[in-house]
Design a protein around this ligand. Structure first.
Ligand code: FAD
Ligand code: NAD
Length: 470
């Protein structure tokens, strides 16, 4: 499609999360007439209930943990009488108000940006009636939108088990915790994936007693094993009870709280339970199968690397595709879809260069190939891991847990991946991402100046130690 036809094209996007709204911006920029149909609010689950709220909550928990480590740096907190102050106290109602206000403000900013570029937003639930017609049900009735291009960006929703039904009061999904007025006394978090690990540590930092029910051998299965070990050690060191190899069978209300029944018969009592047992894509009941859009056995929309579905003119992006459930990937898939559909230059999605971060304390940031790829001999790489405890800046900052790990291709020395476990690892991973994306070798990274003293000095040092003398 040339630029003229892009200008006369109509695009309808189902879902206003990062997959949907980033695509809308690109399509509007290319001159298309764009409508976003959104059921719950612009920004999607990412902004309203998942990514943004959890990271805002974690910011408060991180701030609180600084008080705990203050004495290591020679700081003692006293009240006006000169008596030692034992604890900082989080007012959860206030914290949650801040979380929800910030999410709402972010959603408003997205609305303003879409309005600025002329995108029409329809509040309602959309469904396909053909590859070129979308039916929208809203408070105002039913509308049928004719279109040339459809983008499905309907996201995912928390998985609910029949034996553990959330009630919004004591048994909660991660989307329901922001209505709590007081801190749970004893929170049982079920599921030790990224969502469970991040929120378990957040509530521990805020002052709850936390039990983490993990069905696997260790927390954060699927992540770098060295990084996951550091995080599990930090969890237990700070007083979290981690129950490994413990699969939840059911969660029930009791007179004054909840009981989590494990498959092996054990019971874990708590004041509240937080279910973090995964998500399901929102792809059912919206006409996809009827129109011929192919779904995978898990219910995700099957897409190729330019976000095409099995039906011409219908694209999909984000968590409904299950490609890699990250806001950044959803946004990239959405942008790629629109560039492809509207005839602009486009490079297919490249997952090898996605950087991701787990917002525990310390954070875990990763990019490129993984330890598993190396162990499984998918990639022939040298691995170098450098603990941060020997870094001068880390000592000054009181950082005891964490490391930098680099993967360098044997022979060429090209940096093909890395892991950083550190406070603000999300910021520190960027130089490694640059190296991976632009195929810099370890000598190029090592020869780049770093500030002294700095945590990033350990990245250059790791590269230096990977220098090959063959
Ligand atoms: C607790 C948690 C924390 C996370 N933290 C991070 C993080 O720190 N960084 C990161 O990169 N990723 C994070 N993620 C992942 C990230 O939130 C998702 O990858 C992202 O939301 C996917 O965006 P999306 O556009 O596909 O879908 P969503 O953000 O889910 O948006 C989809 C939207 O579509 C709407 N919708 C659905 N069906 C219809 C319909 N039929 N008609 C109209 N509208 C519809 C929904 O109402 C929703 O608003 C986190 C996830 C969770 C669960
Ligand atoms: N910081 C971030 O970027 C961030 C944060 C949260 C989520 N995410 C994205 O969302 C994806 C999904 O993460 P998630 O943690 O929500 O889901 P997940 O599916 O990765 O983890 C769910 C965990 O619950 C466990 N589980 C399932 N049933 C159980 C049971 N009955 N008892 C005990 N444990 C049980 C599973 O074994 C699994 O480890 C991540 O891979 C990531 O891409 C990203």
């Amino acid at each position: 499609m040339d630029a003229v036809s892009a200008r006369s094209s109509r695009v309808v996007i189902l879902g206003g999360g990062p997959g949907g709204y980033e695509a809308a911006l690109v399509a509007a920029h290319l001159g298309a007439s764009v409508t976003v149909v959104e059921r719950d609010g612009l920004g999607g689950a990412a902004v309203l209930t998942d990514c943004v709220p959890s990271k805002t909550l974690i910011s408060t928990a991180d701030y609180m943990s600084d008080f705990e480590t203050a004495h290591h740096l020679g700081v003692h907190l006293e009240d006006s009488e000169g008596d030692a102050v034992a604890d900082a106290v989080a007012d959860l109602a206030e914290v949650n108000r801040r979380v929800l206000d910030l999410a709402a403000a972010q959603s408003t900013d997205i609305s303003a940006r879409l309005a600025e570029v002329g995108v029409r937003v329809v509040a309602g639930r959309g469904a396909l009636t053909s590859a070129s017609t979308v039916r929208v049900e809203s408070g105002d009735g039913v509308e049928h939108l004719e279109t040339d291009v459809v983008l499905l960006a309907t996201g995912a929703t928390p998985r609910v088990m029949d034996t553990a039904r959330p009630d919004g009061e004591r048994i909660l999904t991660w989307q329901q915790v922001y209505d709590l007025e007081a801190l749970p006394e004893r929170l049982v978090v079920v599921g030790s994936g990224v969502t469970g690990a991040e929120l378990a540590q957040a509530y521990l930092g805020l002052g709850s007693d936390v039990v983490l029910v993990s069905s696997r051998d260790r927390v954060l299965p699927g992540e770098d094993p060295d990084a996951a070990q550091v995080i599990e050690d930090v969890f237990t060191k700070r007083g979290m009870e981690v129950l490994g190899r413990s699969r939840m069978a059911a969660v029930e209300r009791t007179a004054d709280g909840v009981v989590v029944r494990l498959e092996d018969g054990r019971e874990v009592a708590g004041s509240h339970a937080l279910l973090a047992v995964g998500s399901v894509p929102q792809t059912r009941g919206i006409g996809l199968e009827e129109v011929g859009v192919e779904l995978t056995p898990s219910g995700h929309v099957h897409v190729d690397r330019v976000s095409r579905t099995s039906v011409r003119g219908v694209y999909a992006a984000g968590d409904c595709t299950g490609v890699l459930p990250l806001a950044s990937v959803a946004a990239m898939q959405g942008r790629i879809a629109m560039s492809h559909a509207l005839g602009d230059a486009v490079a297919p999605l490249d997952l090898r260069v996605v950087s991701a971060n787990i917002f525990t304390d310390p954070e875990i940031a990763t990019v490129g190939v993984s330890q598993k790829d190396v162990d499984d001999e998918v990639v022939d790489a040298e691995v170098l891991m450098l603990p941060l405890s020997r870094n001068a800046r880390a000592k000054m900052l009181g950082i005891t847990d964490g490391f930098v790990k680099l993967f360098a291709q044997k022979g060429s020395g090209a940096v093909v991946g890395g892991v950083v476990v550190a406070p603000r690892a999300s910021e520190l991973i960027f130089p490694v991402t640059l190296a991976v994306q632009h195929r810099l070798n370890v000598d190029q990274v090592a020869a780049t100046f770093t500030v002294y003293p700095s945590l990033s000095g350990s990245i250059a040092e790791a590269a230096r130690r990977l220098h090959s003398t063959d």
